[in-house]
Design a protein around this ligand. Sequence first.
Ligand code: SF4
Ligand code: SF4
Length: 390
Amino acid sequence: MSNRVDPSLIKELKEYGAVNIEACFNCGNCTAICPLTDSKHSFPRNMIRLVQMGFRKRIMKTPDPWLCYYCGDCSDTCPREAEPAETMMALRRWLTAQYDRSGHGAKLYTSEKAVWKAILQYSMIPVILLLIFHGLKALGVPGLDSFEIVTDRVALNAFAPVFWVWAVVLIDFVLLGSRLVRNIVHMFQLVMGELGRKIPLRIYIQEFKTFLLHTITQRRWLDCGEDRKRWFKHLLLISGYATMLILIVGLLWWFQTDELYPLFHPQRLLGYYATVVLLYATGEALIGRLRKREQIHRFSHPSDWLFPAFIFAGTVTGILVHIFRYAGWPWPTYLMYVLHVMVMISMLDTEVGIGKWTHLFYRPLAMYLERVKERAAEEPAPELAPVGAD
Ligand code: SF4
Ligand code: SF4
């Protein structure tokens, strides 16, 4: 491994949101105050040192940036205003981009022009598909009888038949899922390296519960800083997001229907639950970033805005589709539905596997791999065969 000093990493990391890293004189205050640092992981100081030295490979092999939950306490206490919490956040963005071998993630993190171009491209997918299907139906192509624009009442499942919408959702889900898996495997290879091959499979299987626990609860957040409300709000956000994901990917035939259900029908209650928590969690995150009062909101990178803004816009357009549908307004329902799908497709395609969304997987994966390494280190070393034995 080359340990040659590379000053270009500081400049590069600034594109990912790092602030004033050069000011750090390695006093160690930040590590002393950090509630998550321990004898095995003394971040953020050591990470800042590696950045100052430009040791890219060593940074790519460590899961430490994922073990920080961004309370901001270290930045509050830094005597040099080197903003160590922002360096840790920037490192997570940078690592996300490194895990993605296609380079797409790196472009989206470092170029606003690339983000707008991607949003424009992805958002056109539902428009183009609807034009193609309705156009082919008008030309008399068989098999597309279900496509129809009904204007005397709301008939969403004629405008965008649920079977076809579901097929597109599932194809996108498989494509994005494979991108996510590829990037997760790359992270695994970097973090575990040669060591991963020597660890018995049994330990990976036994410790998988660590991954599941941290994916579902993100419980390490409870040890990070004093504001436990952040953990709860994040849990709410995940529960709302997971509810919508199940309704759209697994149960779309039940969720997208022209039938108007009574208020307490489970389909409406689940939709309302997800809507309320998503609106609350993302609205609050956006307001916090606008106000910049808390330490963690003082230096928002464009990618920090993107994910909550997408979810907020997707939730608002979803509410409007619901209102127009129950009001019996066909055209406003269809147009708002198209806008809603444009937002959701743009969100998924710019976030899954390459954006902030992916933190949901990288954090628990880092915890899991650290636990696997610890377990492997605790195992007694295999006994050496006596000299001369076969
Ligand atoms: S980031 Fe600040 S607190 Fe941490 S080691 Fe550097 S100067 Fe000290
Ligand atoms: S942001 Fe909080 S958890 Fe992260 S390094 Fe700083 S003090 Fe530690």
